[in-house]
Design a binder for this molecule. Sequence first.
Ligand SMILES: CC(=O)SCCNC(=O)CCNC(=O)[C@H](O)C(C)(C)COP(=O)(O)OP(=O)(O)OC[C@H]1O[C@@H](n2cnc3c(N)ncnc32)[C@H](O)[C@@H]1OP(=O)(O)O
Length: 419
Amino acid sequence: MTPRTDAIDVRPVTEPEFADWTRALNTGFLREPTVPDDVLDARRSQFVPGRLLGAFDGGRCVATFRSFEQELTAVGGAPVPADAVSNVTVSPTHRRRGLLTRMMTRDLAAAKDRGDVVATLIAAEYPIYGRYGFGPATWAAEWTIDVPRTGLDPRWAGPEDGGRVDLVDGEDIRKLGPELHERLRRVQPGAVSRDELWWKLATGAVRFWASWNEPFYAVYRSAAGEVEGMVVYQADDNWGDGKQPLNTASVKWLTAVTPAAERALWRYLCSIDWITRVKTGWRAPDDLLPFFLPDPRAAAITTQADWLWVRILDVVRALEARTYEAPGSLVVEVSDRGGLTGGRYLLEASEDGTGSCTPTTRSADLALEVGELATLWLGDESAVRLAALGRIREERAGAARKADALLRTSRRPWCPDVF
Ligand SMILES: CC(=O)SCCNC(=O)CCNC(=O)[C@H](O)C(C)(C)COP(=O)(O)OP(=O)(O)OC[C@H]1O[C@@H](n2cnc3c(N)ncnc32)[C@H](O)[C@@H]1OP(=O)(O)O
C-alpha cells in the first residue's frame, strides 16, 4: 500500500528552514548530509524567497526544489527569460509518492504567471522530466585526446598567429571571464546567463563543498591584445613504468569566441610537457576540436549525452524569439498535458529570418507534444527523425522536411553550463 502523502506539506521554504533544506538536498544527492556553517553561509546567497520549495513531513524537510532567473539564448541570439530548475531531490524515504510532481507543477505554474518563456534544467537521468513537458534540446560530448597520436609538432612554442597564451589566477578570471562569456552567449544558441556567484564558485572564491583543488587558468589574447578565450584545467600525477610521464589534463571548461582562440587553447593543452592525455570536458557535439588535430582520430568521443532540457511555457513567444533558416510557414498542433501552452499555431518565417506565430484554425501540418517542440526549437534535432521514431506525426505529407528547412541550424546549439 502506498503511504499517505496528504500530511506532507509542499511549500516555499523559509529562511530559518534553509539549513534543514540543505541537509535534505545533500541527502538526495548522496553527499554528506551534515553541512558545515561556512558552506551553509556560502549557500545562503542562493536563498531567494519563494523560489526554494520543500516538502515537509512532521517538520522535517524530505524534498527540495530550487528555481532561479536565467536567460537562454535562442537561435539568432535573442535572450529569452527562463525559469532555471535545479537542486531537485526527494529523500529515499519519500520517493515515488508524487512529491516531485507536486513541486514541479507548482513551480511551472508560477513561472508561467511571471511571464517566463521557457523552463530549463540539466537532467540527472533521462526518464524523469519528459512527463512535465521538457524535451532534450542540446547535447554534449566529451573527447579524450591521445596526445602522442595527434600528429602535432611537439616543438610548439606558442600560437603562430601572433596571439599569446598566458597563465593567470582566479582573480583575473573573475575580471575577464564575465565579458568573454557574454560575447559567447550572445551568439551561441543554448547558452545561458551566468551571475557573479557562478564566477566565484568557478574560481574557489566561494565554496559549496568542503574541499577545493585550485586549477590552472590560462587566457588566449589575439595579436591585437584582445582576450578571446580562456581555459581552466587540472592535471593528475601519473608516471608509468620506465619513468614515463603519463599525465592527464582535465579541462573544467574552455570558452572561446573565435576559432583562433579555440585552436590556440587546445594546441596549448596538447603541448604541456608530461601531458599525454587531454580530457576535454563537456563540449558542443559538433565542436571543431578534432579537426584542429592533424589526425582527428586521436580525439575519441568518450561520452555523449543529452544536456539542456527545455520546457516551453509560451509557444508564441518562444517561436517569435528565434530566427529561421528559410522563409516559409508551418501549422503545428501542440498538445500539452500540463495545460500551459497547448493549441494550434501558425508559424510564418520571413525572408529576413524573423518569424511570427499566431493561434490558428487552419489544418495542422505537424502534431506534436510540447516536449518535442522544445527538442526542435533550438535547431538541434530533425523533425524527419522524430517522425520516423513516431514521436511526432505528419498531418500533411512532407511536413517534417518542411519543418527541418525552417528550424534546423548549420551549427548545433550548446549549453556550456551545469546548473
Ligand atoms: C534538475 C535536477 O536537479 S536533476 C536531479 C534530480 N534528482 C535526482 O536525481 C536525485 C535522486 N532522485 C530523487 O531525488 C527522486 O527520485 C526524483 C526527484 C528524481 C523523483 O522524485 P519522486 O518524488 O520519487 O517522483 P514522483 O513520485 O513525483 O514521480 C513522478 C513520476 O516520475 C517517475 N519517476 C520519478 N523519478 C524517476 C526516475 N529517476 N526514473 C524514471 N522515472 C521516474 C515516477 O515513477 C512517476 O511516474 P508515474 O507518474 O508514471 O507514476
